[in-house]
Design a protein around this ligand. Sequence first.
Ligand code: NDP
Length: 432
Amino acid sequence: KAKNAEQPEFIQAVTEVLESLQPVIEAHPEYEAASLLERIVEPERVVMFRVPWVDDDGKVQVNRGFRVQFNSAIGPYKGGLRFHPSVNLGIIKFLGFEQIFKNSLTTLPMGGGKGGCDFDPKGKSDMEVMRFCQSFMTELARHIGADTDVPAGDIGVGGREIGYMFGQYKKIKDVFEGVLTGKGLSYGGSLARTQATGYGLVYIVEEYLKCNGDSFQGKTVDISGSGNVAIYAAEKAQQLGAKVVTMSDSTGWIYDENGIDIALIKQVKEVERARISEYAARREGVVYHEGRGVWAIPCDIALPCATQNELHLEDAQSLVANGAKVVAEGANMPTTLDATVYLQQQGVVFLPGKAANAGGVATSGLEMSQNSERLSWTFEEVDAKLKDIMVSIFHAIDDASRRYGHEGNYVMGANIAGFEKVADAMMAQGIV
Ligand code: NDP
């Protein structure tokens, strides 16, 4: 802890994982002799670099870029890039650490990594975003490759940014390879990648419900965020018969008692890149509030899809008081530790992000396979594979929770099931 004192999110993520691995560690004394845990919490490599670029006024701006190559025991490093002013080493390390186990859960051969920059894309022109992305990739290009490290999008990095970065990588390296995922369809992207995280989140909840004789039909759902994950979670939940009544952004949130109008939210957020208040302005009967508050709205299922630590203890208390039965994390670590514990104690089914939002990286893995084959699969093929993966993740975490005597504790189940394969590979590969 002392070594990483300035990295609270990293310590939070590691604490949660290590606590739930206790029974596995006790069952495997050989791990201690090999200092497996000490090795797994230390990234294999961290790259931190200057990103200089010129804004539209001709002024030089300087940002700080990161790539944390955390663990390559089961495959090339894989994980998104986040562009947001809050980005720092601790946040990228927490995300990279979680990514190891998430990628392992997908059943695909991908190691864990994460990267990003403290650049704020909000209010920047297209050309500024392009110049920034080119500068970022000029340095990153020397550290990545289709068989080494394959970054993807995350907060602030969507199709536009991936396109600019891919173009720059190709120019520098003179190779056309699947070095990034989340690419446009015209240059190697996969159908259904845009939808994958949100759809996958709903598929895993659907599987849980199905195993308990229930479904999304008629359920009321609270969603936070209004980005990539939130929009497609809302779309799939409503396709399955639920009503999504809330969404938010970092300035405010909306309550739409008739259920979110998916076409309108896509127009506002994806096409116009406007604020969520604009959605309320254009749709009758929708209430807009400044600040946070989605979790105060009664629901059956809550899907936090915005950012880390956005669902606090008091939010969990109000969800429970209003009768919520399931919380599944679309974002990475949106629920604070005390809120997670409270929800579990109150009997709310809690599906952690590591498992619940793994559909995005799983589909990125499918994009890598298509690039290697130089083939493109249909939307239906990719969507069906995504659904199979989410179903198998649910059963893997459910099974792990039972094997270690904590049936229904999916935080433990996800950590254990994700860890087992990585631990096995690390043991087999010696002290490296
Ligand atoms: P986007 O950038 O598309 O959207 C993020 C959304 O969250 C925006 O609506 C944003 O609002 C909102 N938000 C950000 N910070 C806050 C805050 N402090 N309070 C309230 N709302 C906030 O990102 P994604 O949808 O891609 O990612 C969302 C989460 O899901 C992240 O945790 C990400 O790591 C995780 N994730 C994403 C995957 C993917 O495939 N995209 C895969 C797995 C996990 P605003 O516009 O105001 O910033």
